[in-house]
Design a binder for this molecule. Sequence first.
Ligand code: ATP
Ligand code: MG
Length: 204
Amino acid sequence: MSQSPPTSVPRARVGLFGGTFDPPHVGHLVTAVNVRHALRLDTVILMVANVPWQKQGHRVISPADHRLAMVEAAVCGAEGLIAGRTEIDRGGPSFTADTLAALADEHPGAELFTIVGDDAAAGITTWERHDEVVRSSTLVVVDRPGAPVQLPEQFDWQRVEVPRLDVSSTDLRARVREHRPLDYLLTEAVLRYVRAHALYQESE
Ligand code: ATP
Ligand code: MG
């Protein structure tokens, strides 16, 4: 008896959008939603860095559980966006190469995409095992407002146009300290979390 050919299951398409998310803001959300749409991704994981090793020592970073809770609040109800806790659960410094390996195990056969803003992309050659990142995923770059950033030329990039929002976590933290408005720059749920836990009151 002849066997019927295996029905081909489309490969899942999974985006990894890593960050410190201290706090997550509309720039992150608009990016995640629009890259998901443009590249027809099934999910975009907003992966919360445990120890963002490149930022350590430069400023106080909020505990990982606060940052994860804020990302969970931010993506609540957003189709296809999920908060990632793999790097927190793994502990130690967060290297994207390790996270991609974990995602490949979790989603066998999936096509992986690493999503970065152009500022993060510009520094990719300083990432631990960046060659692995490039081999195991497609790099997706979105432009942030400001001066154009020089991207290393040895990699293939896929650019996705998203609305450019001049919002950064650094500015939001300053707004809290200086009692300036944060409304509409982050979701109401995240803003409530920031207020309830009195985050960002101290100078950096
Ligand atoms: P900080 O000011 O503390 O560095 P941030 O706003 O840059 O915070 P991160 O958590 O450092 O946020 O960034 C995570 C990822 O999101 C990076 O790839 C970064 O380039 C990207 N990103 C941050 N803000 C925006 C934005 N407004 N538009 C597009 N991408 C963004
Ligand atoms: Mg940043």
